[in-house]
Design a protein around this ligand. Structure first.
Ligand code: GLN
Length: 490
């Protein structure tokens, strides 16, 4: 390769490829070498698509050579979470139950990134059906945190976060139902965004909890997440919850606001998510981030959002309830694995018993219980009422603040096995991320220095529905002010 200093961000790569200064194939080979060198240790991928990626990169190069423009993501290697359907390519959700299944269609986000010239390098590992916070629930073994392989990368999109942190691809796609993009982004030291519910199509995203699920980007820089989100956002008639383009407006043009600064922006530090349960080093970094925003001209204050304290409990009824319904389709007839038995009912049971892992079974049982006659009102119904209270409390907070600031995860990356014996301690990881899923609001995590153990700390920015542009303005300021990972905590 003639160019010794290869650009590392999606923004730079696509610019150079579109200008004919860099070939997509050369960019790809560098990333495939990085995968070869470290994937054995990291296990970010369920499947690496080297041949398909080479063909796609060559096609991009031919478009450029012919004077055409391959698009916004020209020649940018991208990793795709393995719960997004890819036509003809195994899509497993890291579950045995989908063994051998190849989707007959692409998820809308997968078609959109391909149409924008991105090069898909593979399908990334996750907690089975996106249920978990560490990727330890994958049927194919956990992903390891590239910054310290004795620690988890977070989850459920642990493979997509690790792929970006390890330099396997500058950008990746994940899904976030209760924090599955933001929490692994925080633990791996990268940027991760959960868009407003309905901004990005869910068509072809294998459903976990449909009223909460949303697809979003991972990247190393705020600008790259803005770029990828611009490429995937927008109305899709194939998703009935997709917001019409006429209503999304500014939420879809993000790159242009990154230099706008935060002068006069009202930033609220959420009291409920700064105290008990949050590690002191993580809280210290969040305070430091608040100071950085204030130094850049924002008006920083504290805000109490009382209903947030009930977010975790409401989520762990609503998400399993929806999951128990969504996962009923894996019956041994329609998808993947079948374990034969004498009757259809016995075949259903044998297939589900063999095909689902313990966490998925736990969620199906919790959800079925919460929805059952006699318990529906006490559990599911009550959780829905709490969800409404959370939305109201957020609305009140956003009367006085433009964005909210919290930790993303209560701790830095923990070690393998530390929380697997106690599901509740694993669920507590999601305390800061869940509220925005319940409200349908956008939120993002970005790295802000290291904790006491030297591992990355993520700070979370939240905004009201379709407030992405404001959120990204604040993110760009925080990115510029972020302490280096090697800097000790003050
Ligand atoms: N960790 C949460 C859970 O286990 C969130 C998962 C997700 O966002 N997909 O449900």
């Amino acid at each position: 390769m003639s160019n010794s200093v290869l650009p590392t961000t999606a923004v730079e790569i696509s610019r150079a490829v579109r200008a004919g200064e860099l070939s997509a194939r050369d960019v790809l080979e560098v990333h495939l070498s990085a995968i070869d060198a470290r994937e054995g240790e990291i296990n970010a991928f369920n499947l690496v698509l080297a041949d398909e990626a080479r063909a796609a990169a060559d096609a991009v190069d031919r478009v450029v050579a012919g004077g055409g423009d391959p698009g916004l993501l020209a020649g940018v290697p991208l990793a795709v979470k393995d719960n997004l359907c890819t036509r003809g390519i195994p899509t497993t959700c890291s579950s045995r139950i989908l063994e051998g299944w190849r989707p007959p269609y692409d998820a809308t986000v997968v078609s959109r990134v391909a149409a924008a010239g991105a090069i898909s390098v593979g399908k990334t590992n996750l907690d089975e059906f996106a249920m978990g916070s560490s990727t330890e629930n994958s049927a194919f073994g956990p992903t390891r945190n590239p910054r310290d392989t004795s620690r988890v990368p977070g989850g459920s999109s642990g493979g997509s976060a690790a792929a970006v942190a390890a330099g396997f691809a500058p950008i990746s796609l994940g899904s976030d139902t209760g924090g599955s993009i933001r929490q692994p982004a925080a633990l791996c030291g990268v940027v991760g965004v959960k868009p407003t519910y309905g901004l990005v199509s869910r068509y072809g995203l294998i459903a976990f909890a449909s009223s909460l699920d949303q697809v979003g980007p991972f990247s190393t820089t705020v600008a790259d997440s803005a770029l990828l989100l611009e490429a995937i956002a927008g109305h899709d008639p194939l998703d009935s919850t997709s917001i019409p383009d006429a209503e999304t407006g500014a939420a879809r043009s993000l790159l242009s606001v990154l230099d706008d600064g935060v002068a006069g922006l009202r930033v609220g530090l959420v009291t409920e998510l700064m105290g008990e349960g949050i590690a002191p080093d993580v809280a210290a970094r969040v305070r430091q981030a608040a100071e950085a925003l204030a130094a850049a001209g924002a008006e920083v204050g504290e805000v109490s959002i009382p209903a947030l304290s009930y977010g975790l409990s409401a989520y762990y009824l609503i998400a399993p309830a929806e999951a128990s319904s969504n996962l009923a389709r894996y019956d041994g007839v329609r998808y993947g694995m079948r374990v034969d038995a004498d009757t259809t009912a016995a075949m259903n049971t044998a297939t589900r018993t063999a095909g689902f892992g313990p966490e998925v079974k736990r969620r199906i049982m919790l959800g079925t219980y919460a929805l059952s006659a006699g318990y529906y009102d006490a559990y599911y119904g009550k959780a829905l009422r709490v969800r409404t209270l959370i939305c109201r409390d957020f609305a009140a907070a956003y009367q006085n603040f433009d964005v909210l600031l919290t930790p993303t995860s209560p701790t830095t990356a923990f070690r393998f096995g530390e929380k697997t014996a106690d599901p509740l301690s694993m669920y507590l990881n999601d305390i800061c991320t869940i509220p925005t899923n319940l409200a349908g609001h956008p939120a993002m995590s970005l790295p802000f220095g290291a904790g006491a153990d030297g591992m990355p700390v993520g700070v979370q920015l939240m905004a009201p529905a379709l407030g992405e542009a404001t959120m990204f303005r604040a993110a760009a300021v925080l990115e510029a002010a972020a302490p280096d990972l090697s800097e000790a905590l003050q």
